[in-house]
Write a protein that binds this ligand. Structure first.
Ligand SMILES: Cc1ncc(COP(=O)(O)O)c(C=O)c1O
Length: 390
């Protein structure tokens, strides 16, 4: 049988690229793992074109190459944190510009818009993008950007990226997707029509809770030039050490995300089926309101589970603090499980009224499900609930 594509290269899988895409600058040594270039400056005229670490370093380049590949993007620029990546994007706007955003966004993104960018004349309008009517309202505001997260933090709303991209493009606005909660392994926004995909690489990309970082990915050379400018001109660059750690973490992202997703699904089924929880949110539970969209645009449900046990504030805090395998901590996406009370922690900077409007009540608990034995995580919660009932 003749096959006209017989000599075409076989596309490499995500796992292969995660391990091999970030290997370079080792020709003289053969090092299998790259070193950490702890240098602030570079001698002029070097073949790599490096001059000063604020505007580039081999560890940034290796991570950028790998992350672009993971996100199916032509370009990636790394930053000191997810918040730095958000700052880089918004720094391209000017006074009078309007951003339309999903109403349930990360508390620090909300705070940046309300307390920093508002002072420079950039305003933000919030809509509920799970309501189809929101799509018709985008045009009213003539936005320069449309901004969503999916799944959202902490309510795990799943937004249809392809549908919002089409609506944003109809009014000439690029779509920015914060892909932190899904991870590049489970969801690739640019493949779904988004223009920019940003990640706090602090979370699933690194996966070990030992480095901070952020990245903005795109296929547009103009956006890439703006991100490179923001990295150096605003001093938003990461450290070479953090890039090295993140690249190391990225190599196991696929296998970690499979386990996070399997554990979180089993954990959420336990909460829904065997406790008196008022409500459990997990994108891959059939009871999730956007379950069909989640299955279409994500390869797994990821590791975050949010629950409302219907307890008082005092009981909720007592429950959170009595868990054995879930330290009460900000952040998520590491191999270890964590527990968070969004109203008093990650979303404390969102005014109570706005918080409750978007469903972040005092009785909400967010679990970041790690890759431990899920039976231990389940018995920990079962025991903590039993103690509360005493
Ligand atoms: C969805 C989302 N985006 C951005 C960030 C900010 O990332 P970083 O803490 O790395 O600045 C976070 C942090 O929790 C987040 O949850």
């Amino acid at each position: 049988m003749s096959d006209s594509n017989a000599n075409a290269p076989i596309p490499e899988g995500f796992e292969t690229r995660a391990i091999h895409a970030g290997r370079d600058f080792v020709s003289d040594t053969g090092a299998v793992t790259p070193p950490i270039w702890l240098t602030s400056t570079f001698e002029y005229g070097n073949p790599g074109g490096f001059d000063y670490t604020r505007s580039g370093n081999p560890n940034f380049r290796l991570l950028e190459r790998a992350l672009a590949s993971m996100e199916s993007a032509a370009h990636a620029t790394v930053f000191a944190s997810g918040v730095s990546a958000i700052t880089a994007i918004v720094s391209t706007l000017k006074s009078g510009d309007v951003v339309v955003a999903e109403e349930n966004i990360y508390g620090c993104t909300y705070r940046l818009f309300a307390q920093v960018f508002a002072k420079f004349g950039v305003s933000i309008v919030y809509l509920d993008f799970t309501d189809p009517a929101a799509l018709d309202r985008i045009a009213e505001h003539q936005p320069v950007l449309v901004w969503i997260e999916s799944p959202t933090n902490p309510n795990l709303k799943v937004i249809d990226i392809a549908v919002v991209a089409e609506a944003a493009h109809a009014v000439g606005a690029p779509l920015v997707v914060d892909n932190t909660f899904a991870s590049s392994y489970l969801q690739r926004p640019l493949e779904l029509g988004a223009d920019l995909s940003l990640l706090s690489t602090t979370k699933y990309t690194n996966g070990h809770s030992d480095a901070l970082g952020g990245v903005v990915c795109s296929n547009d050379p103009e956006w890439q030039a703006k991100m490179v400018f923001a990295q150096k001109a605003l001093g938003l660059q990461p450290s070479p050490m953090d890039c090295w750690l993140t690249l190391r973490g990225l190599k196991t992202e696929a296998i970690r995300m499979e386990r996070h997703s399997a554990n979180a699904l089993q954990f959420s089924e336990f909460l829904e089926g065997e406790t008196n929880a008022v409500r459990v949110w997990y994108p891959f539970l059939p009871s999730h309101p956007q379950h069909e969209i989640a299955k279409r645009q994500m390869a797994g449900g990821s590791g975050i589970v949010t629950v409302d046990f219907g307890l008082s504030l005092e009981q909720t805090l007592r429950f959170v603090e009595s868990l054995r395998y879930f330290p009460k901590a900000e952040s998520l996406g590491g191999i270890e499980s964590l527990c968070c009370h969004p109203a008093s922690m990650t979303h404390a900077s969102v005014p109570k009224e706005q918080r409750e409007k978007v469903g972040i009540t005092d009785s909400l608990v967010r679990f970041s499900i790690g890759i431990e034995s899920v039976e231990d995580l389940i018995s920990d919660v079962r025991d903590a609930l039993a103690r509360l009932a005493l």
